[in-house]
Design a protein around this ligand. Sequence first.
Ligand SMILES: *[C@@H]1O[C@H](CO)[C@@H](O)[C@H](O)[C@H]1NC(C)=O
Ligand SMILES: *[C@@H]1O[C@H](CO)[C@@H](O)[C@H](O)[C@H]1NC(C)=O
Ligand SMILES: *[C@@H]1O[C@H](CO)[C@@H](O)[C@H](O)[C@H]1NC(C)=O
Ligand SMILES: *[C@@H]1O[C@H](CO)[C@@H](O)[C@H](O)[C@H]1NC(C)=O
Ligand SMILES: *[C@@H]1O[C@H](CO)[C@@H](O)[C@H](O)[C@H]1NC(C)=O
Ligand SMILES: *[C@@H]1O[C@H](CO)[C@@H](O)[C@H](O)[C@H]1NC(C)=O
Ligand SMILES: *[C@@H]1O[C@H](CO)[C@@H](O)[C@H](O)[C@H]1NC(C)=O
Length: 380
Amino acid sequence: MLDLVLRMVFCALFCSISARASGCPLRCECSEAAHTVKCVSKDLRSVPPGIPGYTRNLFITGNQISRIGPESFKGLDNITTLSLSNNRITEVESQTFSGLRSLRSLDLSSNQLAVINPEAFTVPGHTLRELNLSRALYNHSSLMNLAMSLRWSTLVELRTLDLSGNRLIYLPSHTFSYLGGLRRLILANNSLVALYNGTFSGLDSLEQLDLTLNALRTVQEEGLAELASLPPGVRLLLGENPWTCICGMEPFAAWLNTSQGHVGDAEGLVCAFPSDMRNTSLLRLAAGQAGVGGDGVALGCHRVGEGADLALQTSYMFLGIVLGFVGLVFLLVLYLNRQGIKKRINDMREACTEVLEGYHYRYEHDADPRLSQVSTTADI
Ligand SMILES: *[C@@H]1O[C@H](CO)[C@@H](O)[C@H](O)[C@H]1NC(C)=O
Ligand SMILES: *[C@@H]1O[C@H](CO)[C@@H](O)[C@H](O)[C@H]1NC(C)=O
Ligand SMILES: *[C@@H]1O[C@H](CO)[C@@H](O)[C@H](O)[C@H]1NC(C)=O
Ligand SMILES: *[C@@H]1O[C@H](CO)[C@@H](O)[C@H](O)[C@H]1NC(C)=O
Ligand SMILES: *[C@@H]1O[C@H](CO)[C@@H](O)[C@H](O)[C@H]1NC(C)=O
Ligand SMILES: *[C@@H]1O[C@H](CO)[C@@H](O)[C@H](O)[C@H]1NC(C)=O
Ligand SMILES: *[C@@H]1O[C@H](CO)[C@@H](O)[C@H](O)[C@H]1NC(C)=O
């Protein structure tokens, strides 16, 4: 029995020493040959100490780390790829990554970032190329934090920014103004309802803008102007939005027809509403608008307008007839009752005369100066 316990203690000691000798943090897997360290789903509460200096790819995912700061990654200046996805991180402190002088790719997807410091993403030498914030922002305040951080972290070399799955409804203008090198902006799977002047300003190198799976019903003139201000070669993705094919949609449909080359999924864009237009291609709509015929589908705005007018006219006419009829009946009743009415009028006139005479008498009585004088002298 004692022997067994001793052996277990010895083993525990030996095992921990051997783990330390190879320089790998507890609960992590390290491969020196691949320069890779993985600490996956190990219930870690913070970035573990003792990550070897040779590490280039560090994956700390599926843990319970709530905040990260500059002390989290001390002495790890060879890291190029850092994944911290799915960790319940709520706070990224200032200069968190400022020791990572080779960092090129940072994945913070699937976290709950509520506090993002303005200099959270500052990396010396501006080496950061890819930032993944998919499903990472806690609420709209986080987006404001991020906008500030994108400005102050000088991410001039950033090529890819993934902001998908963040339930974004609205993008403040100039959010991306300081990302002049950005090539790929992924805004898919949000709830964006409109594009405004300045939404994409400063994205001078953009090559791909992904807006699939948002809440766009149409793109208004302002949004079209904004899209037109993007660099000429940019490729847009607009699929899986609830395009609503009603009057007012025509400018967007026409724009789509002339910009087919830039919209990667133009062929697949279809109306979602109204129900009788569902699954109608937006491009066929554009053809119908121009009266090209063939397989074009017209929105028929004018017909709809005329129909409404006609309905209104009909209801006015009906109202007129009813009122006329009521008037006629009224007159008829008056005519048939003319004797009674005459009598009533005479009665009323007599009643009025009596009342008026009564007033006349009281007026004269009150206005008698002597009487008022009497009352005032009586007071004295
Ligand atoms: C980073 O890598 C280089 C070359 O592979 C190595 O010389 C250096 O010691 C590493 N840095 C650290 C902190 O281990
Ligand atoms: C960002 O992370 C999500 C989830 O981890 C992944 O699906 C997506 O492909 C990543 N984005 C990029 C641009 O690699
Ligand atoms: C976002 O969450 C933070 C932390 O819970 C809260 O202080 C802030 O008011 C929230 N902002 C919005 C716009 O809901
Ligand atoms: C969209 O994002 C939500 C979270 O905001 C996620 O639950 C859902 O799986 C995502 N959908 C797709 C198709 O990526
Ligand atoms: C957009 O805003 C800029 C100034 O920020 C202004 O010069 C321009 O006329 C605006 N464009 C539209 C279409 O409103
Ligand atoms: C929509 O049209 C596509 C082909 O254009 C077809 O495959 C699909 O089944 C249609 N969907 C509905 C809901 O009608
Ligand atoms: C669609 O674009 C083509 C050129 O690409 C043009 O000839 C045609 O008139 C356009 N149709 C509409 C309805 O704008």
